[in-house]
Write a new protein. Structure first.
Length: 255
């Protein structure tokens, strides 16, 4: 619709631009282009705040990974890092916002006529996009039986107990087959932007991994000792490198 029509409907009209990023390197380029809004901070508005985890949260996750409960002494803990693709598009828009449309989205007769589109889903560059996505994450985590931390809302925890994945995740065992009557181990999760970082016993993490993949499109890495299943030795989290070595978990400070 035209810009004036959106204003008449009570929409805030904002601009947009293309952001081009090369996610590859000098030997292999991987160009990505994303349409983002240009919403300017013109003052305080309720409901736009999105939390970020403190650095101590990553140390807490490693402490959890290093702690083995007596009841699960025969099992190993792993760390999952899941990156949600196009995360903000997963969250419905909560404000009436119209964004100027690029020429690529217009018919020839529409060009030059101040055409805009009213957002149904959140768009990168709008001030509440991150908060809206965190709301979607909260709904998923509560459904899966997690409790949000009172210390920082980016942290979630599910206590050990229950059997057969009763708290929500599908019951698929590591390596396939039906799950036995093993009780759930505890799982701790850190949310940073569009990344999930989870620590727990392998079986519980595989189930959590499947649960979030059922809601979002994700690309993930699993740090553990099972190389045959694609688990890796280490990666970067919150700009810190963590590794699993024969002696235990290692944390490398920012260089």
């Amino acid at each position: 619709m035209k810009k004036q029509g959106a204003i008449t409907r009570g929409c805030k009209v904002i601009g947009r631009w293309w952001v081009d990023v090369d996610k590859g390197d000098t030997s292999k380029h991987d160009y990505r282009s994303r349409l983002v809004a240009k919403e300017i901070n013109t003052g305080y508005e309720e409901g736009l705040y999105a939390t970020t985890p403190p650095l101590e949260a990553l140390r807490w996750m490693l402490s959890e990974a290093s702690t083995i409960d007596e009841a699960w002494r025969q099992e190993e803990k792993v760390i999952l890092i899941s990156d949600v693709s196009r995360a903000f598009f997963e969250a419905p828009a909560t404000r009436r916002i119209a964004v100027a449309l690029p020429d690529e989205a217009l018919e020839e007769h529409e060009k030059g006529k101040n055409m805009v589109g009213i957002l149904k889903m959140s768009l990168y560059g709008t001030r509440d996009a991150a908060a809206n996505f965190q709301g979607e994450v909260w709904r998923l985590m509560i459904r899966l039986g997690f409790t949000q931390s009172k210390y920082n809302s980016s942290l979630y925890h599910r206590e050990a107990g229950g059997s057969g994945g009763a708290s929500g995740p599908p019951t698929v065992t590591h390596g396939g087959g039906q799950r036995n009557n093993r009780k759930n181990g505890s799982v701790s999760v850190l949310i940073h932007g569009d990344d999930f970082v989870a620590v727990g016993y392998r079986q519980d993490i595989y189930e959590f991994r499947q649960a979030i993949a059922g809601r979002f499109t994700v690309k993930d890495k699993l740090i553990g000792s099972d190389r045959a299943s694609g688990e890796i030795q280490g990666t970067r989290v919150l700009n810190r490198i963590i590794r699993l070595k024969a002696e235990g978990w290692e944390y490398e400070a920012e260089q």
